[in-house]
Design a protein around this ligand. Structure first.
Ligand SMILES: C[S@@+](CC[C@H](N)C(=O)[O-])C[C@H]1O[C@@H](n2cnc3c(N)ncnc32)[C@H](O)[C@@H]1O
Length: 253
């Protein structure tokens, strides 16, 4: 996402607004990762970091009997989550909190489970692993999903794209090594299925783009944000075998 120019950021949010999810993911994958947390108490204390519009928050509320604190710094996504909660069972156990994940403060050993779908990259996986470990009770779990290289030698075009857009992207084994080095035991990982990219994310995102192109037809800055989004989606179509979203589950030792 464009980080420095406030107008580009505003357009980025306009492009991304109103989607069911803000990144790849689906309910089956959330539940599969939850299933790797084999030793959770029946009512776990859960922190969902970078919850966005909260599809996974809802799944966790329904699948666990626990209390969930869902944290994001974006008002609009949190409003979407609040709306979802109005209609749902288990919602009284979810607290929605606007906070910056880099400065959020919780007492040590507050949580049985820390969840973060597609948001650890904000801090970087290594920093996130270090920052979140003390917040977990001993034996507590961390589940996060992260963009990874699946191909040892990706084609040049896709290597160049992510070299620019997400230079910190690593292979699965390098992420597992970070998990171990940070004092967790890896409990499993899996690649999200292709539909997790499309059903709630790229398909509705792609649908929005023609109207935005019309709206901003004379606005080069806005068109550059739209073109970047189109390029990202095209990468998925053309080079999806080279990279993926990996769910990692780890346990604090
Ligand atoms: C790729 S989205 C994933 C959202 C959600 N977990 C999902 O899968 O739909 C990343 C999320 O991190 C949030 N985020 C970015 N920077 C943040 C920060 N500094 N503190 C808290 N949340 C942040 C964004 O607002 C966004 O909702």
């Amino acid at each position: 996402m464009p980080e420095n120019d406030p107008r580009l950021v505003k357009i980025f949010y306009e492009v991304q607004s109103g989607l069911p999810r803000q990144g790849p993911g689906n309910r089956d994958s959330t539940l599969r990762a939850l299933g790797l947390c084999t030793n959770l108490p029946s009512e776990p204390a859960v922190l969902d970091v970078g919850c966005g519009p909260g599809m996974q928050t809802m799944a966790l509320a329904q699948a666990t009997g626990g209390r969930i604190i869902a944290v994001d710094n974006c008002d609009e996504y949190l409003a979407q989550l609040r709306q979802r909660l109005e209609a749902a069972s288990g919602s009284e156990r979810v607290e929605v909190r606007q906070a910056d994940m880099t400065t959020m403060s919780f007492a040590d050993e507050s949580f049985d489970l820390i969840w973060s779908e597609g948001a650890a990259y904000v801090m970087g996986v290594k920093r996130a692993l270090a920052a979140w470990r003390p917040l977990l009770k001993k034996g507590g779990y961390l589940a996060f999903s992260e963009l990874v290289w699946l191909d040892l030698d990706p084609p040049e075009e896709v290597a160049r794209f992510f070299g620019r857009e997400y230079p910190a992207m690593k292979r699965v084994d390098a992420n597992v090594a970070l998990i171990r080095d940070a004092g967790y035991e890896p409990r499993g990982d899996f690649t999200l299925p292709e539909e997790a990219w499309w059903d709630d994310y790229y398909a509705p995102l792609e649908k929005k783009l023609p109207a935005l192109r019309d709206k901003y037809e004379n606005d080069e800055q806005a068109l550059s944000v739209i073109a970047m989004t189109e390029a990202e989606i095209r990468m998925r179509r053309d080079f999806g075998a080279s990279y993926g979203y990996q769910f990692f589950v780890a346990q604090r030792e």
